[in-house]
Every structure is written in C-alpha cells, then in structure tokens.
Design a protein around this ligand. Structure first.
Ligand SMILES: Cc1cc2nc3c(=O)[nH]c(=O)nc-3n(C[C@H](O)[C@H](O)[C@H](O)COP(=O)(O)OP(=O)(O)OC[C@H]3O[C@@H](n4cnc5c(N)ncnc54)[C@H](O)[C@@H]3O)c2cc1C
Length: 424
C-alpha cells in the first residue's frame, strides 16, 4: 500500500471540483483532484446539451480564475432579457432591460465548454495534480486526517477532503451524510434547433399546460439570431414518446408545442434527456470534509442556478482556505468548515426553497394552481419592485454596481499587473 500525502484531496473533476482546485492554486497547498472519467473525456468533454445560464457574479469569478478568457469566442452568448409566459397567454412577465443596448442580464455558455476551460486552467496550475480514470474504493476521516483509498491500493492522506462528485455523490454517502433527494417526476430534454423568427437574445420560460418549455438564445441577435436551445420538461412516459420521434417529426412537434412562436423549426441537433432530481445535503461539512457543487446542493434547472450556487460555494470555501493557508492554519479545521457550512447554507437555502415552490406551482395543472400562477405573474408585472428584485437576483449585481460587459474584459492593467478586482 502506497500512501501519498497531500493537503487537499478533491473527488470529482467536474466544473465545481476543477474551479475549486484552480482557486486554491498558488496558496502553497498541495491539491490532488481524482475523477473516474478518463483524461480524454475531461480534457475535451462531449457536448451534453446543457447551456449554462451564468449570473454576472459567476462570470466575474470565472474571470478571476482566468477561465472566462479561455472560452472560445463563439461560446458565450449574452442573455439580454427573460420573458415568463403562463398557459396560452402571450402576455409575458419581462425580467431585465428592454433596451437592446443595455448590459446583459447574464450569459449562456455550453457546459462542455466550461468543463474544457476549467480543465485547461487546472492543467496550467503546477501545484494541482489531476488523476483521471481512477476508482475510489473507500474514504474515511478522523480528527487528524482524511484518507481516500483507490482500488489500486494507493491511499491519499490529506488535511481536507472535498466531495465534488455531483448530486448523486458516492463520497457523501460513504461518509454517512444524509441528503434530501426530491424526484420531480419529470425529465428535461435539451436540444439545439434553428428557427425562422429571430430570438433577439431573449430567453423564454413558458409554463404551459401539460409541459414546460424554455427557449435559450444562442449566437448573436438578428440576422444570425435564429438558433436556440429548446428545453422541454415532461413526465417520463410522454418524454419517451417525444424522444422516439425522428428529427423531422421532432421539429414539427417543437413548432406545435411553441404554438408557432418560433416559426418553422429545422436543423435539430442531438437530444439529451436528464431526470429531474433535486438534492440538498443535510450538512455541507463534516470532520475534515466539505461538500461543493451539486454534491451539496443539486437544483432543479428551471431557475438556472445550479452551477451559479456551486461557484458561490467554491468562492466561499476557497476564500476561507486561502486565508488559512496564508496564516499557516489547518485547512481542515472544524471552525473553518463550520463557517463554510453555515455561510453556504444561508446563501443557498432561500433559492433552493423558492425553486421548489416555483416548480410546484407552475407544473400543477389543477384549476386553482393555474389561477394562482396567473395572479402571481399579473401581480409581478404590475409591481416593478418585484420585477427589479428578480432581475437583480438573475444578474446578481453587487451594490457597487460592478458588471460584466464582454467576454474579454481585461484582467490586467496595461503594465500586466492584475487589477484590484482580480486579486483575492
Ligand atoms: C439540463 C440542465 C441544465 C442546467 N442549466 C443550468 C443553468 O442554466 N445554470 C446553472 O447554474 N446550472 C445549470 N445546471 C446545473 C449544472 O449543470 C450543475 O450544477 C453543474 O454541472 C454541477 O457541477 P459539479 O461539478 O458539482 O458536478 P458534475 O458536473 O456532476 O461533476 C461531477 C464530477 O465528479 C465525477 N465523479 C462522480 N462520481 C465519482 C466518483 N465516485 N469518483 C470519482 N469521480 C466521480 C464525475 O465524473 C464528474 O466529472 C443545469 C443542469 C442540467 C441537467
């Protein structure tokens, strides 16, 4: 048995695990990241249909990690405005500025592009060791050490173990951390299509009767803006029927479900289906352990906040660990982990609960629920403070009003020094 000493072991080289590793680079801590996927799949992940809506705050954090500037130029699409529809009505609750020249509400970036850029960041960090294609056989922790044993006999002994292995985290389960899983009883299909009517960089969230549809704008506005990602949510059996359609019949089906609002639909891309299961770990920290990303909070995608909350947790944990490293303190100290647990719980609980409420109300087709949601949207539309609150939440602006205006915002001053905002 070979024991390898390291300071922080992260299980999971998904976007959350890789961003944490990158955020800890340069602190003097030795970071090891373990993933069961082969290296080729992490280096160049396959397109998985997910277009991740990023808040302005998330983008600023990705800029500081120097991940944002590694995204290919055509992979970040501005999201100017979101419109929420209910039932057959064409009246929408508009979130975000109506002025096409205004700063975007957020950005849409394909998940595989985020993963590839995060991998590149980590590969460029000499103090991070990434081991791909490995199998974790056991994990255990005590007051002094966290140990991860691989099935080839190697043991990683560290002062902190981070579970970043997704919403069905085996690490979390092996450590006995109970989790509230919520099966929404529906599946979500995502697929890129081309359509006749331009999208004008506007997203739709349409809570229709019998299904929920979202339209996420891809590429620039007209004349090119005729490509979008379609997000269709249905109960499992109906989803299987839609999946069985050939591309032509699927395009017709989307045209029909969109009630002609997209015009003719063509050029259907690959379809990807995800079961909708939420997760909320009862603890985000334990003895020498922290949970990040979906392993801590797995959100329903309807409010587009899963990875945004993941980044919030990464930012919080990395900040605490950087301070500990700077003062020579123990990165796995229980006081530090308690602070992370409390802070991240407080930051995520309201949105997690609100999302559950929105999904419950907007997917219930019984007449009282239909009437209630029509009332909620009407009240929101005629109550600007509520709309502004929603927009601020989506754009996640800080009180100082700092904002993101483009993909290649400078991260350095003219003389190459990082700007103050880029320092930790
Ligand atoms: C359809 C859809 C749309 C979404 N849209 C948005 C959006 O608009 N905005 C947003 O913020 N979020 C969105 N999300 C959520 C977002 O995709 C997730 O929050 C994010 O991918 C979670 O990243 P993660 O690193 O925590 O987990 P994952 O991406 O699940 O990565 C986990 C990693 O751990 C590895 N792993 C797992 N088990 C083990 C093990 N036992 N041993 C070793 N390695 C292991 C896996 O190989 C993987 O690399 C969406 C999700 C879906 C499904």
């Amino acid at each position: 048995m070979q024991t390898i000493d390291t300071d922080v072991t992260i299980i999971g080289a998904g976007p959350a695990g890789l961003c944490l590793a990158r955020a800890l680079s340069g602190t003097g801590l030795r970071i090891t990241v373990l993933d069961r996927e082969p290296e080729a799949a992490l280096r160049a992940p396959a397109f998985d249909g997910r277009e991740i809506g990023l808040t302005q705050r998330s983008v600023r954090f990705l800029q500081r990690l120097q991940l944002w500037n590694r995204l290919p130029a055509d992979q970040a699409h501005p999201l100017r405005q979101a419109r929420v529809f209910n039932g057959a009505s064409h009246d929408a609750l508009e979130i975000g500025p109506s002025d096409p020249g205004a700063d975007p509400l957020g950005w849409l970036v394909p998940n595989h592009a985020i993963r590839a850029a995060a991998f590149e960041c980590v590969a460029a960090s000499p103090d991070v060791e990434l081991l791909a294609g490995v199998r974790v056989a056991a994990v255990d922790t005590d007051a002094a050490t966290a140990r991860v044993r691989l099935d080839d006999g190697r043991v990683f002994a560290s002062r902190l173990l981070v579970a970043a292995d997704g919403r069905f985290s085996e690490t979390r389960r092996a450590l006995g951390i109970a989790t509230r899983m919520h099966d929404f009883g529906r599946s979500m299909l995502v697929c890129r299509v081309t359509h006749e009517r331009p999208h004008e960089d506007i997203a739709w969230e349409w809570f229709d009767h019998g299904h929920t549809l979202a339209r996420l704008p891809l590429g620039r506005a007209a004349p090119e803006g005729r490509r979008s990602s379609i997000v269709l949510t249905l109960p499992g059996a109906q989803m299987r029927a839609v999946q069985a359609l050939d591309d032509e019949a699927f395009a017709t089906e989307i045209e029909r479900r969109c009630d002609g609002r997209l015009g003719a639909v063509s050029e259907v891309g690959t379809r990807h289906v995800y079961p909708l299961v939420g997760a909320w770990a009862t603890r985000f920290a334990a003895t020498r352990v922290a949970l990040v990303g979906d392993a801590a909070v797995g959100m329903h995608p309807v409010t587009a906040h899963g990875f945004n909350l993941g980044l919030l947790g990464v930012e919080r944990l990395a900040g605490l660990l950087r301070n500990a490293a700077a003062s020579g303190a123990d990165p796995g100290a229980s006081a530090l982990l308690d602070r992370y647990d409390r802070g991240h719980r407080r930051a995520t609980a309201p949105l997690h609960l609100a999302t559950r409420g929105v999904v419950g109300l907007f997917t219930d087709d019984r007449p009282p629920a239909r009437a209630l949601r029509a009332g909620v949207l009407r009240a929101s539309a005629s109550f600007p403070p509520f709309r502004r609150l929603l927009a601020a939440l989506l754009a996640d602006r800080d009180p100082a009003g700092s904002r993101v205006t483009g993909r290649h915002d400078r991260t350095e001053q003219g003389d190459g020094r990082p700007r103050a905002a880029d320092r930790w």
